[in-house]
Every structure is written in structure tokens, then in C-alpha cells.
Design a protein around this ligand. Structure first.
Ligand code: SF4
Ligand code: SF4
Length: 81
């Protein structure tokens, strides 16, 4: 399941450089996560590094992009292997 950033985002930019998949960028209002690139950090870290970096806890799972662990691993492999 990809993650999403809520409207509580304060545009601090701290999460952007923490993403190993370059999935995070800024739109005109808040930062956003590309669901095609977010693997929940599977393949890189045990926990989502963006959640750990966010000071206002505005990153959460996105039920609109439900994926199994094997699908996330396949996404990782497609980008990095
Ligand atoms: S969970 Fe990991 S891969 Fe997904 S947006 Fe956050 S840092 Fe990037
Ligand atoms: S770390 Fe949190 S508040 Fe800062 S830009 Fe990322 S999502 Fe927004």
C-alpha cells in the first residue's frame, strides 16, 4: 500500500530527501507521494523513512492504493534491479 500525505503538511521538505525511491515531491500546495514509486520503503528500510522524518505526523497509508508485500517488493525490483 502506498502512503499519502495529508493536508496537514507544513511543507518543511524533510521527507523529500529521505525517500529512497524519489517518490516525494512538492505540488503547488503540499508535498505529495507518487503511488507508482512508493514501496513503503520495502527493499530499503524496515519502516517508512518519510514517516520517521515528518514532524507533524501527516503521512499515512493510502487505502486507495492497496498492495500486498509481494507487490511492493515487485515494485522495488522494477525500480532498482
Ligand atoms: S514510505 Fe518510503 S518509499 Fe514510500 S514515500 Fe515514504 S520514504 Fe518514499
Ligand atoms: S515531512 Fe511531513 S510536513 Fe514536512 S514536507 Fe514531508 S509530509 Fe510535509
Amino acid at each position: 500500500m502506498a502512503l499519502k500525505i495529508t493536508e496537514e503538511c507544513i511543507n518543511c521538505e524533510l521527507c523529500e530527501d529521505e525517500c529512497p525511491n524519489q517518490a516525494i515531491s512538492s505540488n503547488s500546495e503540499i508535498f505529495v507521494i507518487d503511488p507508482n514509486r512508493c514501496t513503503e520503503c520495502i527493499g530499503h528500510y524496515d519502516e517508512p523513512s518519510c514517516i520517521a522524518a515528518c514532524p507533524v505526523e501527516c503521512i499515512e497509508k493510502d487505502p486507495a492504493h492497496t498492495e500486498s508485500l509481494s507487490q511492493l517488493a515487485d515494485k522495488y525490483a522494477a525500480m532498482h534491479c
